[in-house]
Design a protein around this ligand. Structure first.
Ligand code: NAD
Ligand code: DAU
Length: 380
């Protein structure tokens, strides 16, 4: 079969990548989707069981840092679009092991960019009809001030905003023009990769797009991240390690709404632009944690309050950014993107998914990962 497009999605066995791969494979049967992933601890092909036999899906196990391999994949599959998600993504790991983050996020992105450049420049049509789409994070902008620790009525809203908690914890938001000011090795490595992507546009004329998204939540997220970790710990009656005072603020978006935004931007976004993605849905960690506890207890049939005692305040994350809040009005205005799910619906769906997919969680949290987790955080 001749496919209309050949799209390389990197990091497709991870959390967000698996949702993007699933969306593209199902929505575009005339595109061939090549999922390239190294399968690090965070990559899991079980995330894609439902689509692995589709005729327009192909998995390639490879490391984005291997330039020769990236060059081979680009030409063997005649790639005309890249959606680059592969990365080391966990801030706590970056604090312990920054080199791995620089290697994958910076050098890996560079090797992929160079492979795309060399292949596309070798074609008669060169960059026409091509796109290198780089997925980045709001963390590159640094941290916003927490000027209103109790929250004020947010001036902006989307369907993703919570129904009965519609707060902003400061008056500033991250815009596409906000100066980069990363604080963690993770965000510094992502910022560096963003700069390389823009440099390839400015220097070589490569068609690129960068998006910076807020915190995602939903099914298939590796249970070292706040929401799946806490759901799983509540299920096992284990302590819930709240960093610092639990006052840090994050802006939460359901992962499928991020995947929908990526689809829209890949097809309709303007070359060389940056788009911020987020749903104006800020939560103070401790308030979010209370919602999670309440939801898990209700769905497990426990009396309200049963798991409250699991909250355990622990030493704060080093360099812990106080507040993230994305202004996504450009994406709404220019491309008409709107999140589809309200926060309460998203959390209910997410908690249900983790409780109904215990085997997926248990497979990950046993063996090697458990050893790593204990070494890193001590027994909890
Ligand atoms: P994840 O850790 O769940 O998945 C990362 C994937 O990349 C894994 O499948 C892993 O095997 C793969 N990978 C890692 N190193 C690789 C390498 N050297 N070569 C090939 N594959 C490699 O991450 P995620 O949370 O799904 O994040 C995906 C992307 O989105 C990242 O670039 C991240 O910075 C960005 N992002 C994440 C969030 C969030 O809330 N999770 C928000 C905004 C942006
Ligand atoms: O903002 C986008 C970013 O969101 C992405 O770029 C990252 O890849 C993704 O991991 C996420 O980063 P955070 O550091 O915000 O996510 P995490 O789930 O690790 O933590 C969310 C908040 O909860 C943060 O303020 C730290 C806190 N936390 C986290 C863990 C794991 C705790 O209090 N206890 C915990 O055990």
């Amino acid at each position: 079969m001749v496919f209309k497009r050949n799209i390389l999605i990197t990091g497709g066995a991870g959390f967000i990548g698996s949702h993007v791969v699933r969306l593209f494979v199902n929505k575009y049967p005339d595109y061939r989707i090549i999922n390239l992933d190294k399968l690090t601890y965070a990559g899991n092909l079980a995330n894609l069981k439902d689509i692995e036999d589709k005729p327009n899906y192909k998995f390639v196990k490879a490391d984005i840092c291997e330039y020769e391999e990236m060059a081979r994949v680009m030409s063997e599959y005649r790639i005309d679009g890249v959606i680059h998600l592969a990365a080391e993504s966990h801030v706590d790991r970056s604090i312990k092991d920054p080199f791995t983050f620089a290697r994958t996020n910076v050098m890996g992105t560079l090797s992929l960019l160079q492979a795309a450049k060399v292949y596309w420049e070798s074609l008669p049509e060169k960059y026409e009809g091509k796109l290198f789409y780089h997925i980045s994070t709001d963390e590159v902008y640094g941290a916003l001030e927490l000027t209103n620790p109790e929250g004020i009525e947010s001036p902006f809203t989307t369907k993703a905003s919570s129904g009965d908690h519609h707060l902003a914890f400061g008056t500033e938001f991250f815009l596409e023009t906000t100066k980069y000011n990363p604080h963690s090795p993770y965000s510094a490595s992502k910022a560096s990769s963003d700069h390389f992507v823009r440099a390839y546009h400015d220097t070589y004329g490569m068609p690129t797009v960068v998006t910076n998204c807020s915190n995602n939540y939903g099914p298939y997220q590796f249970p070292e991240k706040l929401i799946p970790l806490f759901i799983n710990n509540i299920r096992h009656g284990k302590p819930l390690p709240v960093y610092g005072k639990g006052e840090n603020v994050r802006d939460w978006l359901f992962v499928e709404d991020h995947a929908r935004a990526i689809d829209l931007i890949f097809h309709k976004g303007k070359v060389a632009e940056t788009y911020n993605i987020g749903g104006f849905n800020e939560w103070k960690n401790i308030d979010l944690i209370r919602v999670i506890i309440k939801t898990v207890d209700r769905l497990l049939g426990n009396r309200e309050g049963t798991s409250d005692h699991l909250i355990t305040y622990v030493t704060d994350r080093a360099g812990h950014d106080l507040r993230y809040a994305i202004d996504s009005r450009k994406l709404q205005r220019e491309l008409g993107w709107e999140p589809s799910l309200q926060f309460e619906e998203g959390i209910e769906k997410t908690v249900k998914w983790y409780l109904e997919n215990e085997e997926w969680v248990d497979n990950i949290t046993s063996g090697e990962y458990e050893k790593y987790y204990e070494e890193m955080y001590g027994e909890r």
